[in-house]
Write a new protein. Structure first.
Length: 214
């Protein structure tokens, strides 16, 4: 079901590193890894987001400086695979502060307007005990979007009343506001479908925690 949700979110050409640190922390919480392994895992798990190759190395440096990750064994003699530097092969794990940072991000409200990459990452990294919170986050996002759309509908009606059909700019302004309405409507539909998939998966897990992913 998570695969279905990710496909539903579609593809994006590029993605900023806005949530890169949290994603790296989540992957390290699952399994300690080096930067070259993290790049491969990012491509496998978050291919639709389009993280740049080499992002993991830079992010690990930043996370290490802030005390959120540490080498698993700084004194270990690391054997690098062919074509991989020793630095890229060093295994990292999250510190206790890193775990706390990641958990705060996982349970924090979704950015409004909801960013697809952010929700994508949270769902991909969530554990069964996170599911009720994920469902709540999506419900909250739907409510926020619905409020924005309602405000926009009122504003659009007012603009249409004021619009001068003889002026080209007024006619274009109406088209722009109509496009904004369509954007918010599509975002609400997307979130509602994500919520349905999450609720179905949660019911399936509660009935049988060992059931196959739908």
């Amino acid at each position: 079901m998570v695969t279905t949700i990710v496909r539903l979110m579609g593809r994006t050409a590029t993605a900023s590193g806005q949530f890169g640190g949290e994603v790296i922390l989540g992957l390290l919480a699952e399994e300690p890894s080096g930067s070259y392994q993290l790049d491969r895992r990012l491509a496998e798990r978050f291919g639709s987001v389009g993280y740049a190759n080499g992002m993991a190395k830079q992010t690990l440096k930043r996370l290490r400086k802030t005390g959120l990750v540490r080498p698993v064994d700084a004194e270990a003699d690391v054997t690098s695979p062919p074509g991989v530097s020793r630095a890229e092969a060093v295994m990292f794990e999250p510190t206790s502060a890193g775990i706390k940072h990641f958990r705060r991000w996982m349970w924090a409200s979704i950015t409004a307007p909801p960013v697809r990459e952010e929700l994508h990452a949270k769902i991909a990294l969530c554990q069964p005990n996170d599911m009720p919170r994920m469902i709540t986050l999506v419900r909250e996002a739907v409510a926020v979007c619905a409020g924005r759309l309602q405000d926009l509908n009122v504003e659009t009606q007012a603009r249409r009343k004021r619009a001068d059909p003889e002026r080209w700019s007024s006619r274009m302004d109406v088209i722009v506001t109509g496009g904004d309405q369509a954007w918010w409507e599509s975002r609400i539909k997307w979130l509602q479908r994500v919520r349905i998939y999450l609720e179905q998966e949660w019911r399936t897990y509660q009935a049988d925690p060992h059931s196959r992913v739908a």
